[in-house]
Design a protein around this ligand. Structure first.
Ligand SMILES: [Zn+2]
Ligand SMILES: [Zn+2]
Length: 122
């Protein structure tokens, strides 16, 4: 538990560092600022696997450019299905495929709920 707390703090320090700011910018440029999930404007980068020593070993293969809306959704989905995503060594293509699938599933459920409300109110 203590170990986990230390890890979390190092992680936060890393995300606030100049080294990460530079890598994040490189990742966004490499993706031409396109969100890997919806093709919208990406201004954030999501990690699905972190090295133990982030400052030295952070690996761009486990990062994807993402827009802020998809990023929020992806973190919510992680909370619901931690095993399916977290710490996995998925390739970017495999990660994007899964992420798109769960986001489209989430959108489908939202759409069905809205459709039900519309039917009820007609
Ligand atoms: Zn997006
Ligand atoms: Zn993220």
């Amino acid at each position: 538990m203590r170990n986990h707390e230390q890890h979390r703090r190092r992680h936060e320090d890393y995300l606030a560092s100049a080294a990460w700011a530079e890598r994040k910018e490189q990742a966004l440029v490499a993706a031409r600022h396109l969100c890997s999930i919806c093709d919208g404007l990406a201004d954030q980068v999501h990690h699905w696997r972190y090295a133990d020593d982030l400052a030295r070993n952070d690996d761009p293969r486990y990062q994807a450019a993402i827009c802020s809306d998809c990023h929020i959704l992806i973190h919510l989905v992680h909370c619901l299905h931690p095993d399916e995503f977290h710490g996995s060594d998925l390739t970017r293509d495999a990660w994007v495929w899964r992420a798109r699938r769960v986001v489209s599933e989430w959108l489908r459920v939202q759409r069905e709920q809205i459709e039900k409300q519309i039917v009820r109110s007609v």
